[in-house]
Write a protein that binds this ligand. Sequence first.
Ligand code: SF4
Length: 390
Amino acid sequence: MNANASDPRLYPEGLYVHLPFCEALCTYCDFARELYSSDRPNRYLAALERELDTKLRRLHPRGGAFAPRTLFVGGGTPSSLSLPQLDAFFDLLDRHVDRARLEEFTVECNPGSTDAAKLARLRARGVNRVSFGVQSFQPHLLQLLGRVHGAKHGAEAVARAREAGFENVSIDLMHGLPTQSLDDLKRDLDAALALETEHLSAYGLIHEAGTPLTQAVQRGQVARPGPEEEAAHYRLVMETLDSGGLPMYEISNYAKPGREAQHNLIYWRNEAYLGVGVSAAEYVAGARSVNRKDVNAYLEAVERGADPAASTETLTGAARAREALVLALRLREGVDLAAFAARWGFDVEAAFPELLATFTREGLLERAAGRLRITRQGLPVADGILSELV
Ligand code: SF4
């Protein structure tokens, strides 16, 4: 790694840590995860520390502290760790991460398993943002998704987080689910808004191959909503949250002004971040790599001193610029075309004259005040627009 510490876009400003343990395996899930068992995290934390140590030595060959602006602990379900295991994890971070510049420290939590003692411990160890995987407030949808928590747990978890002193709380919701009506979704959105969280992520279900839910759809046991229905769900999310005081700032993310997820903004602005743990992605000094997805394969690689990456790629020139464009267009602020050309040496309008003209004519893209962005009409089909620009 040749990270240039003087360029904030090349030097990692964020650290992502993946903890793959969950209390139950959800029916739609394709993430790197396994069922929690009390003895497994200790071995995993040892591997995590070894990987982090190796990466930080590479980043700072002559010594020096790693002081990121953001820390994000995802999974899996980080809150499935016991209190002593959480303490061991925070101790590990303290041995390697200087918090002098830290602005945002997020931990993903399951609403059903994050009790007051755990939330208090997270707060005491410096976590200042929690993100709850609520997904829905409807019992039949939680059951369909195989979530371990019940309908009332979302609101209870947010209330407990407030009692523990968290002033920055996010929840995840899902839409486009089999059997989910627009009324179901409206009820979920209203219930979410009533919690007055600072941030909300709303994800359309991705039907990953091989998951139990995808298999149930393939067997005809539950019906997958059609593209029109999925677009109607997306529009309802956008309209309800925008008018409910949580404006959209990214295709799937909504926040009170000033509460946008700082860690995720690093991704969308194509700036550098470190990643450790099974399946973790990182982007450092122009090289993008992704760790092995299988927990055992990850552990074995780290324990024998090998690189746990499954793939590494360094994009250059136009390919790198196109990737940056697609990431930036996810944001409602859009792309400042002059600043983009200055940073990437890439003239967006000259590169895609016909495509931009077509999308603009169809009302899917708009240009105003030197910025290019997806229109509200284009947002429900944003993935299709972006796939044409890669
Ligand atoms: S809690 Fe999250 S990571 Fe764990 S199985 Fe469910 S969706 Fe997957």
